[in-house]
Design a binder for this molecule. Structure first.
Ligand code: EPZ
Length: 442
């Protein structure tokens, strides 16, 4: 079983480059099913969730050609299947985007309930609400577990005719907002989605679809309006020069993770290829901790952020409350908590999105952290030092938190269950080694 081994204590210094956004590309790849012509997607991160998406597309009948450097040519023109292979659907959370895309394309879809990080109950009632509003019948396929308890095993969707509708989400949900867009983009007439999530990856999906001929407005606000467009790129004759290329937005959470790692090691790191306003709330919390953050416009219109602490500037405690974008992202909560374990004073971390996102606290305590969880969140008293230990990655972002703690700790840290981390961070060992981290995969 692979593990990361970190010899902590090195300051991170130098240049690091952010890849395309996981939570954007896992929606854009299924969205290619809605196109009536091939397209090229660039800046695709080399992560296992992408591998699963590409495998599902191929299993459905798509032609997926790897062009190198994170670019893929994808043609779904000849896709006829609308059932997502079960064992693949269970491997990640975002497999449910294939439901929205296949429903939008064929008027029917079937997929096993998705997998993904165990953050507590992860219902899909809002997704189903959106599909039903558009005219789809939704069927929950139930089976019984070894205790004879019933659970939802798969979801089946069918619609004689998808018709634009008013969709009012009861919960601000990234997944449901994305799936509502995917199902509505070709539906006849106008769809209005209210109480939408506003994350950068939602805007990226809308931008991709609009670039391919869709008519979506309001992405990034709480209200999205979609004018159904029956053909996307349908005017493109196979092989004409008009084949369009779309580049995935930079990963806000990967960038934030590197920012926190730089602060935790009292380093001085230039993080390239970012969109600063996506990082606004992360930057504000880090500045509260005494971290310096400078935006730097590079020559080739690359924008970078420089993250460092001035000499003798102590890391200060602060309070974190996770919220939907543009608030502090829940996907940065574990990483920030790891940093606050080294900050002077008491920090309070309140998790308002997921009911169970503090599994990593036990792992941090093994490294000497003073972190305790209550029903509302975590209370952290900063300590002078963390020490290396054998720990595990409880989920994707908890794994990132363990890397940050290991980089800052004295001694050796071994992190197991790194498959969680490899779902969402491409080449993280190589990237960190380039800026001075003593980390290896064994
Ligand atoms: C997406 O998950 C991300 N995953 C998560 O990132 C992220 O934590 C989350 O959005 C919030 O930003 C992907 O994009 C693949 P939600 P998603 O629907 O869509 C409740 C990572 O680390 N809810 O926005 O599953 C839900 O229980 C991962 O990259 C319903 O009640 O999250 C939660 O409390 C982890 N009914 C809240 O809404 C529904 O039908 C937000 O969930 C759907 C959600």
């Amino acid at each position: 079983m692979d593990k990361f081994v970190i010899e902590g204590g090195n300051r991170l210094t130098g240049d690091i480059y952010v890849s395309g956004a996981k939570n954007s590309v896992v929606a854009i790849l299924p969205a290619t099913l809605l196109l009536d012509a091939p397209c090229i997607i660039e800046n695709v991160p080399d992560i296992s969730d992408v591998e699963i998406c590409l495998t599902i597309l191929r299993e459905l009948g798509a032609v997926v050609e790897e062009l190198g450097q994170g670019a893929y040519r994808i043609s779904c023109v000849d896709v006829k299947k609308y059932e997502v292979p079960e064992e693949l659907a269970r491997k990640m959370r975002a497999s449910y985007y294939f439901l929205g895309a296949l429903l939008g394309r064929f008027g029917k879809a079937r997929a096993a309930m998705p997998g993904g990080c165990n953050l507590g109950e992860r219902p899909i009632d809002q997704h189903l609400l959106a599909f039903e509003a558009l005219g789809a019948d939704t069927t929950l396929i139930k089976t019984k577990d070894e205790h004879d308890e019933e659970f939802v095993d798969a979801v089946e969707l069918s619609a004689v005719h998808l018709k634009g509708a008013l969709i009012t989400l009861n919960v601000v949900s990234v997944g449901a907002t994305m799936n509502a867009i995917l199902a509505a983009v070709k539906a006849e007439g106008t769809t209005i989605i209210e109480n939408c999530a506003r994350e950068p990856h939602i805007v990226d999906l809308a931008n991709f679809l609009n670039y391919m001929g869709a008519n979506i407005s309001g992405a990034g606000t709480h209200k999205i309006i979609i004018e159904g467009t029956p053909l996307l790129q349908g005017n493109l004759q196979e092989g004409s020069v008009e084949e369009r290329t779309y580049s995935v937005v930079p990963d806000q959470i990967e960038a934030g993770t590197f920012m926190v790692a730089a602060a935790a090691t009292r380093g001085d790191v230039l993080i390239h290829g970012v969109i600063p306003y996506h990082l606004k709330d992360i930057s504000e919390r880090l500045v509260e901790c005494g971290v310096k953050i400078e935006e730097i416009e590079r020559s080739n219109n690359d924008i970078a952020v420089r993250v460092y602490l001035e000499d003798n500037q102590p890391l200060r405690a602060t309070n974190i409350k996770t919220e939907p974008y543009p608030g502090f992202p829940t996907d940065m909560q574990p990483q920030m908590a790891a940093l606050l374990c080294l900050a002077e004073g008491q920090s309070n971390v309140t998790e308002q999105v997921w009911e169970d996102r503090f599994k990593y606290a036990h792992e941090l305590r093994r490294m000497g952290a003073d972190i305790n969880t209550t029903k509302d969140g975590a209370i952290i008293f900063g300590v002078k030092f963390l020490h290396g230990a054998k720990v595990r990655a409880c989920d994707l972002r908890a794994g990132a938190a363990m890397i940050i703690a290991g980089l800052a700790a004295s001694g050796t840290t071994e992190i197991t269950d790194i498959y969680h981390i490899e779902r969402g961070y491409s080449h993280i060992v190589e990237k960190l080694r380039k800026i001075g981290a003593n980390i290896r995969c064994e």
